[in-house]
Design a protein around this ligand. Structure first.
Ligand code: NAD
Length: 476
């Protein structure tokens, strides 16, 4: 049945975007000394605001502010007092949830349904969760009186701007560290709104500092002598550069990098549920997800039927205005990312895979890519090996469980995987053999602040979330 949808736009009136933004250092918004840059709305290419760029003097100022705050205020503060600030931040995030969700969708291009129902609630949940740990660190399994590391330099990507900020800042603060965080250059606005939230929560100046800028600012931050810890989420290439840069220093590092997850469908899986899981696995957040289920491995005997059902489902996906509450797939975050998705998709065709997208009309302005599936994919194809980071699914088949494991593990990455089957024993058998940090069974892309997240191999090292996530910010 074909449903007609009336437009259901979320109002932009709840956000107040200023024409320009400064850096957030020592509790104040200040000018940057680098060349300012623009943040645009990827759904229509309109400029949203001009953003200050931090140069080396600015980064230095931010690190010094964080050091002073660590030495004088935040480090000596008892955990139960730190917890109060974190709870307060969590509550303000909840109070301002609608505004933050709209702002995130405007700056990032993701559907409002996701920023409203996934990103922002998880941000609040993260702060609540780590607030709970702040006065219980002695019971976390890292010794009787674990100490903070000091100042953390944190660099995050553009795919979940505010959520990645929460993943970085909440555990760092709970453990007694202070932070300097650099958001991605295409999505700085919610980090700057978070700076306001820090002020609203009366967080002591210097505990959280936000420096905006591009890769150069990130390099200055992670290379700064005054930081004790580097936390990075982003591309594997930059992750490797950072790992080389900190080698031989005392800095502790956690890296959360790319992925090429296998989503494995056995012939006894409930196929309609699996189709929903596949769609959620690869089209959630336009596929800009490091743990996206970008390689579908389907058992040969059900491949034809599953693909037919998948295509029927894909034809119902609604691509368009991120602020429309009915939108399933929003805008691609940047022209560069769109270019990369297009390039790899063309390579897929050239290498002999079969490309299919449902008929779908894309808006004229902005950055858009139709949901796409490739069949007849070989393991050697670039679309089966490289992270596309877009709404593009590569389908391979297998005959036996052993072959499924071999193909799933045939990747330089190891962040996540999915298994769909009716048999509990098979789930456990697969989970033992899949080399991935997170394995979902009969579901996909489920996140909870209490559960650790992180990768094997080129997906990085260290864990974020849960009790394990504390370790990255403690001197253990
Ligand atoms: P990126 O690694 O270039 O950028 C991530 C962050 O690192 C940004 O804040 C950026 O400004 C900063 N950065 C860039 N160069 C740096 C350097 N030398 N030192 C310190 N910081 C630096 O990622 P990208 O360009 O946004 O995306 C490229 C590819 O990375 C994507 O296509 C995707 O495959 C992958 N990616 C993965 C994740 C993830 O969550 N694992 C997130 C975003 C992108």
């Amino acid at each position: 049945m074909d449903f007609q949808y009336a437009p259901a736009p979320e109002s932009r009136d709840v956000v107040d975007i200023r024409p320009s933004y400064g850096l957030f250092i020592d509790g104040e918004f200040t000018d940057g000394h680098g060349e300012p840059f623009k943040s645009i709305d990827p759904s229509n290419e309109e400029t949203l605001a001009e953003i200050a760029c931090a140069d080396s003097a600015d980064v230095d100022r931010a690190v010094k502010a964080a050091r002073t705050a660590y030495d004088k205020v935040w480090g000596p503060m008892p955990g139960r007092e730190r917890a109060k600030y974190l709870y307060r931040i969590a509550r303000i995030v909840q109070e301002r949830a609608r505004e933050l969700a709209v702002l995130e969708s405007i700056d990032n291009g993701k559907p409002i349904r996701e920023s409203r129902d996934v990103d922002v609630p998880l941000v609040a949940a993260h702060f609540f969760y780590y607030a709970g740990w702040a006065d219980k660190l002695s019971y976390a399994g890292f010794g009787a009186d674990p100490k903070a590391l000091g100042v953390a330099g944190q660099v995050i990507p553009w795919n979940f701007p505010l959520l990645m900020l929460a993943w970085k800042i909440a555990p760092a603060l709970a453990c007694g560290n202070t932070v300097v965080l650099k958001p991605a250059e295409t999505t700085p606005l919610t980090a700057l709104a978070f700076a306001e939230i820090c002020r609203q929560a009366d967080l002591p100046p210097g505990v959280v500092n936000i420096v905006t800028g591009a890769g150069d600012t990130g390099r200055l931050l992670v290379g700064h002598d005054g930081i004790d810890k580097v936390a990075f989420t982003g591309s594997t290439d930059v992750g490797k550069q950072i790992a080389r840069g900190v080698a031989g220093t005392d800095k502790k590092v956690t890296l959360e990098l790319g992925g090429k997850a296998a989503n494995v469908i056995f012939d006894d899986a409930p196929l309609d549920q699996a189709v929903e899981g596949i769609v959620n696995g690869i089209f959630f957040n336009q596929g800009h997800v490091c743990c996206a289920g970008s390689r579908l491995l389907v058992q040969e005997s059900v491949a034809e039927e599953l693909l037919a059902r998948l295509k029927t489902r894909m034809a119902t996906l609604r691509v368009g205005d991120p602020l429309d509450k009915n939108t399933d797939i929003g805008a691609i975050n940047s022209a560069e990312q769109l270019q990369k998705i297009r390039m790899l998709s063309e390579v897929g065709e050239q290498e002999g895979a079969e490309r299919w997208s449902p008929p779908c009309e894309l808006p004229q302005r902005g950055f858009w890519f139709a949901p796409t599936v490739f069949t007849s994919v070989a393991q050697s194809h670039r679309i089966a090996r490289e992270e596309i980071f877009g709404p593009v699914l590569s389908v391979l088949t297998f005959r036996t469980p052993a072959e499924a494991v071999e193909k799933a593990n045939n990747t330089p990455y190891g962040l996540s995987a999915g298994v769909w089957t009716d048999k509990g024993s098979r789930i456990l058998w697969m989970a033992e053999r899949l080399r991935a940090g997170v394995i979902w069974a009969n579901t996909f892309n489920k996140f909870d602040p209490a559960s650790p997240f992180g990768g094997y191999k080129e997906s990085g090292y260290g864990r974020e979330g849960g009790r394990h996530g504390l370790e990255a910010y403690l001197d253990v």
